[in-house]
Ligand binder design. Structure first.
Ligand code: G3P
Ligand code: CA
Length: 266
């Protein structure tokens, strides 16, 4: 797909709201998706995992303690692993109060619920397969959600960004996803060594490292192979400046609105 397509920002750099606009609302919730749209983001990044009974849900950590009240609700459990709970159990949890009282009652969304809200809000999606080694076969489950939501797979009109990109630190899981959904652009998380870029360019579309791991030479090497670079997690003005100077195509940020302003002045 075309590289460095303008998303409304003068620079052409895409701002991706990390875990939703997670600087302003509890990460990976519908409130964070809504907040991203309200703050003018064009794209949200969220993390997908799978429950004990096979439902796909949006949550970052492998366990529930940090972002939910699971310990209070299920005090007798010895483990709070996401994949040790059924979907019905997860839906009883409060995934908002830890962030702020005004978010009390926010739920862990299903992937389906999340993507339907993003579509309604006009947002593109950068979806991370999170810890897929914990969820064997999750690429197939994710693919089936989008096979029944073909809108996400439509080729984007000329000059527009793809609606869906799937990324992961697990390149094997991405390869599976790519085989199942060959039209969906793929993002490799982490800095891929330059010697491996040619091989990855055959099936991947983005290299998405931590922002401290790239410089202008690395970005140029990725661009030469026809791929993009999105860096995470970029919140501070100095980080924005460095990303812009390196020539990245996108920044993944908890504060997508302030980062947009910083890009304009970088
Ligand atoms: O989008 C990149 C970023 O989300 C990867 O790190 O830990 O926030 O999922 P993490
Ligand atoms: Ca993520």
């Amino acid at each position: 797909f075309p590289r460095a397509v303008p998303d409304g920002a003068a620079s052409g750099i895409v701002e991706v709201a990390h875990r939703g606009a997670s600087g302003y609302a509890p990460e990976n919730t519908l409130a964070a998706v809504d907040e991203a749209a309200a703050r003018g983001a064009t794209t949200v990044e969220v993390d997908v995992q799978r429950t004990k009974d096979g439902r796909l849900v949006l949550i970052h950590d492998r366990t529930l303690e940090r972002t939910t009240d699971a310990k209070d609700r299920f005090p007798d459990r010895s483990s709070y692993a996401v994949d040790g709970f059924t979907y019905a159990e997860l839906r009883t949890l409060d995934a908002g109060s830890w962030f702020g009282a005004e978010f009390k009652g926010e739920r862990i969304p299903s992937l389906e619920e999340g993507v339907d809200r993003m579509r309604a809000k006009g947002l593109n999606l950068l979806l991370e397969l999170k810890s897929p080694e914990r969820h064997p076969g999750i690429a197939k489950d994710v693919a089936s959600v989008f096979q029944s939501r073909q809108w996400w797979l439509w080729p984007s009109p000329e000059g527009e960004r793809p609606r869906l990109v799937v990324q992961s630190f697990d390149h094997g899981a991405l390869k599976s996803l790519h085989t199942l959904l060959p039209r969906v652009p793929i993002g490799l998380l982490g800095r891929v060594p330059e010697r491996d870029l040619d091989a990855y360019a055959k099936w991947a579309d983005q290299i998405n490292p931590k922002h401290t791991k790239v410089d202008a030479d690395y970005v140029a090497a990725v661009h030469e192979r026809g791929m993009e670079v999105f860096v995470f997690t970029v919140d501070k003005p100095a980080e924005v400046r460095s990303a812009v100077e390196s020539g990245v195509d996108g920044v993944i940020s908890n504060l997508p609105d302030t980062v947009r302003a910083d890009i304009r002045t970088a």
